[in-house]
Write a protein that binds this ligand. Structure first.
Ligand code: AMP
Ligand code: GLY
Length: 451
């Protein structure tokens, strides 16, 4: 049976809805969508969790996923860089929408490959992903369109780079121009350190052949502004803050992120408005003008400096671990949001919970250096007994029916509450119930606002 509603003028000139009912005609609606999420860390677990709250989604696949994701999605043993195999899988299984987590897949052109095959995919083209994969491209774009960022120069030649650095002040920021898995930024305090870093990056090609962006050192709190972007259309998410250093007091080496929280009391409404009007919207429209329209999540890594808000970096995807604290606040249906971006159709009103959210990463001892895997994790069910706690798996596997550690960052435990203190206490309460012989975490997530 098919039902067709048509608006037509009635006998008195007013619009009347005429309903026609056809028996025996195939009905297209409602249909439960099949979704593929590409990636396998905590960010993808948060995306899968949000999709599983959608009334529009039936089946969820995740490639490669992990032991936690497996409770909500069917994990597929394909890597995030196996772009062609992922496309073939999506075609075979009739996947209606693919959502991409990691930048490597986007930089490898997954969106282009899927789109060419007629598949719907949420994530930018390879050309648009350059906003993250090439620091030089991002800096040139910002310079051309007057977007506030640190002063910079780009070098391919070691001697010229060293000359320039010698003539400047310290600390100085050296950024390798390419994807370097978070290891491409070094901030030398003196000339010797700068020399050896430039040697690494330009003479020894430690990360591959490339360029180096030499940047002015800025100071101030950093924050993350993620927006759903479809060309010129920009839809903000709540602000959040990552904690990159491994140990309490922001000490130790940089990591993929040890915790995050939202909202950010130190960012005013005016700051946010400024970031939206002078950074996120102009950059989205600049990408359109450059012939690289952006579709997906544009992540602004911003800093509140004494001279105003400036861009530290852009990412072309959901942030990790920011997504794990932000998406639990989403009250709208994420499938509809993804669809509006992918199809260029009207965006439904996006509603966010005004609650606070804070998450703690539990990592393997030794991370971000070398670490062992395979330690049994216990107490997860107990930790999840609080309805205001979520646990997203970052690096876990299943072994003989038990959950074991399988990565550097292993779990993220997120609490929500009316205040950040409440959110923190809930999360830490749950962390205390998790037993594992090889995990550490920072207790001071949110120190900047919780003192
Ligand atoms: P990026 O990969 O560009 O986000 O850089 C990694 C980290 O280096 C940032 O999160 C900042 O903490 C730091 N950083 C990058 N650029 C600057 C800068 N111009 N001034 C100060 N710190 C910076
Ligand atoms: N949290 C930083 C990033 O996602 O790159």
């Amino acid at each position: 049976m098919e039902i067709i509603n048509r608006l037509q003028p009635g006998p008195d000139g007013h619009a009347v809805v005429y309903t026609k009912i056809f028996e025996g005609v195939r009905m297209e609606h409602p249909k439960e969508a099949t979704v593929l999420v590409v990636g396998g860390g905590g960010r993808c677990h948060a995306i899968v969790d949000a999709l599983s709250r959608s009334s529009r989604v039936g089946k969820i696949y995740c490639a490669p996923g992990n032991a936690g994701i497996a409770a909500q999605a069917e994990c597929v043993p394909l890597k995030d860089t196996q772009v062609e195999q992922l496309r073939d899988f999506a075609l075979e299984r009739g996947v209606d929408l693919t959502v991409v987590g990691p930048e490597v897949s986007l930089a490898a052109g997954i969106a282009d490959v899927f789109t060419a095959a007629g598949l719907r995919i949420f994530g930018p083209s390879k050309d648009a992903a350059a906003i993250e994969s090439s620091k030089d491209f991002a800096k040139r774009l910002m310079a051309r369109y007057g977007v506030p960022t640190a002063a910079y120069r780009t070098f391919e030649d070691y001697d010229s780079a060293l000359d320039y650095v010698r003539g400047g002040s310290f600390p100085v920021v050296l950024k390798y121009d390419g994807l370097a898995a978070g290891k491409g930024v070094v901030i030398p305090e003196n000339l010797e350190e700068a020399e050896s870093t430039l040697k690494d990056m330009l003479l020894d090609d430690r990360f591959g052949k490339g360029k180096v962006v030499v940047e002015e050192f800025l100071m101030g709190p950093e924050f993350s502004f993620m927006c759903f972007v479809d060309g010129e259309r920009v839809f903000p998410m709540p602000l959040s803050q990552d904690h990159k250093r491994a140990f309490e007091g922001d000490k130790g080496p940089n990591t993929g992120g040890m915790g995050a929280y939202s909202p950010l009391p130190f960012i005013t409404d005016e700051d946010r408005e400024y970031a939206m009007e002078h950074i996120m919207k102009p950059v989205a429209s600049a990408m359109v003008k450059e012939g690289r329209p952006f579709k997906g999540v544009l992540y602004g890594g911003l800093m509140k400096t004494p001279a105003g808000i400036k861009v530290i970096e852009f990412n072309c995807r959901f942030g990790d671990p920011e997504t794990e604290v932000v998406l639990p606040l989403l009250k709208s249906d994420i499938y509809d949001i993804f669809s509006a971006v992918v199809d260029g159709s009207p965006m439904p009103e996006i509603q966010w919970d005004t609650k606070s959210s804070m998450g703690f990463v539990m990592a393997s001892s030794g991370y971000p250096g070398s670490y062992e895997k395979g330690y049994v994790i216990e107490g997860l069910e107990d930790a999840l007994s609080d309805p205001d706690v979520r646990i997203y798996h970052m690096g876990t596997a299943e072994k003989d029916g038990r959950t074991v550690t399988a990565g550097g960052r292993v779990l993220m435990v997120i609490g929500s509450g009316e205040t950040l203190v409440e959110a923190r206490d809930r999360a830490l309460g749950a962390v205390g119930k998790i037993r594992c012989g090889n995990l550490f975490y920072r207790r001071d997530i949110g120190w900047r606002v919780l003192k």
